[in-house]
Design a protein around this ligand. Structure first.
Ligand code: CAA
Length: 381
């Protein structure tokens, strides 16, 4: 579906396709097995501008609109969702929050590194006791004479052990969402520890970590916003669009692999693509993928035209993440026994997709956000 793409969009998508085929696809299975993406990939992503999308050139960004961002993420996720996640977090959640809310000094300090891939960012919101109920987090930031001291624990933090800067949400006031501020914490600060969580079902190439903040002192200028919860929710609205775009890419990758295989694989004297029940699997996969893409592009279009898009982002994230799981599962059905071993990529598509119905707000949270927008009744109250 190309209807609304400009020449610039098409060129960028072509660049992302070539980059993915050259630098991601050949390594994705190895990264998954070794539970580590080659770190040199990050500056390469920076060189082609994929870590600066949507950020102003004066801060090292490569510009472009939300649709451009979605196109790149779709292509990258077709190769490896774990790489897509690095971009979604370091650029989407961290760099864009700094660009949107930071002082000029904060932008100068962090954005050139993040957009070039010389530095990586992580988004430290979730805690062992607060996942869906992010507004109840207990990490605390206390004022000192010349800054703040932070104490607490964060968990499931994408890029956690790779990050140079952590966007940490910590309580500076009373209970509930209003008492939360956002801080830019250098990960070299004394008392900051990140420990990698190994053995994940999917997204295994990513450095997911548990973070401990033990009397971490930061300067006054580490404070990014006193309205930390609103900043987090705003970042997650765009984050959900980016997860949806990644899910479209993963679904497309699974569909393309299944199509290739179905045309090659012969049973009963003909390619299995000739069987109606296999065609049904493929047709369902294609429809799910297209529908997910349309919902995702709708969010990008609303955002690019300056309209509210939070509910639509929840819809796109809900639909696309569930679709990616279904499509990857169908792809395994097409591959039969070969889909169950990691010589072929379809098992990885399923494992990687599985987390997308959980993180950046579970499918249930997305439904309640959509339900709240429809009814005006708040299920979380
Ligand atoms: N943009 C701006 N402000 C927003 C907002 C948004 N999208 N959503 C809410 N707010 C504001 C509200 O207007 C409200 O402000 P006022 O009181 O001034 O009106 C304030 O924030 C509190 O909002 P809620 O009452 O909605 O707060 P809540 O506690 O009821 O929130 C929730 C409920 C929506 C379920 C929220 O907690 C939520 O989204 N939970 C899911 C958490 C999540 O997605 N975590 C992802 C972790 S990060 C991750 O996965 C990254 C990674 O590493 C991959």
């Amino acid at each position: 579906m190309d209807l609304t793409l400009s020449d610039e969009h098409r060129q960028l998508r072509e660049l992302a396709r070539r980059f993915t085929d050259e630098h991601i696809v050949p390594h994705a299975i190895r990264w998954d097995r070794e539970e580590a993406i080659d770190r040199e990939l990050v500056p390469r992503l920076g060189e082609v501008g994929f870590l600066g999308l949507g950020i102003d050139g004066s801060h090292g960004g490569s510009g472009g609109d939300n649709l451009a961002y979605c196109l790149v993420l779709e292509e990258v996720a077709r190769g490896d969702s774990a790489v897509r996640g690095i971009i979604s977090v370091s650029l989407g959640l961290v760099a864009k929050s700094i660009a949107g809310h930071g002082t000029e000094e904060q932008k100068q300090r962090w954005l050139p590194g993040l957009t070039s891939g010389r530095a990586v960012g992580c988004f430290a919101l979730t805690e062992p006791g607060t996942g869906s109920d992010a507004g109840s987090l207990v990490t605390r930031a206390t004022r000192t004479g010349d800054g703040w001291v932070l104490n607490g624990r964060k968990v499931f933090i994408t890029n956690g052990t790779w990050a140079d800067v952590a966007l940490v949400f910590a309580r500076t006031g009373g209970p509930g969402p209003k008492g939360i501020s956002a801080f830019l914490v250098p990960t070299t600060a004394e008392g900051f520890t990140a420990t990698e969580i190994k053995g994940k079902l999917g997204m295994r190439g990513q450095a997911t970590a548990e973070i401990t903040l033990d009397d971490v002192h930061v300067d006054e200028d580490a404070l990014l916003s006193e309205e930390g919860f609103k900043l987090a929710m705003g970042a997650l609205d765009k984050g959900r669009m980016s997860v949806a775009a990644g899910c479209v890419g993963a679904a497309r990758g699974a569909l393309e692999a299944a199509l290739r295989y179905a045309k090659e694989r012969e049973q009963f004297g003909k390619p299995i693509a000739g069987f109606q029940l296999v065609q049904e699997l493929l047709a369902d996969m294609a429809v799910e993928t297209e529908a997910a893409r349309l919902l995702t592009w709708r969010v990008a279009d609303l955002a690019d035209r300056g309209h509210p898009f939070g509910t639509e982002a929840s819809m796109a994230k809900l639909y696309a993440s569930e679709a990616a799981v279904k499509v990857a599962n169908n792809a395994i059905q097409v591959f039969g026994g070969y889909g169950y071993i990691d010589e072929y990529p379809v098992g990885k598509y399923l494992r990687d997709a599985r987390v997308t119905t959980l993180y950046e707000g579970t499918s249930q949270i997305q439904k309640l956000l959509i339900g709240r927008a429809l009814t005006g009744i708040n299920a979380f109250a």
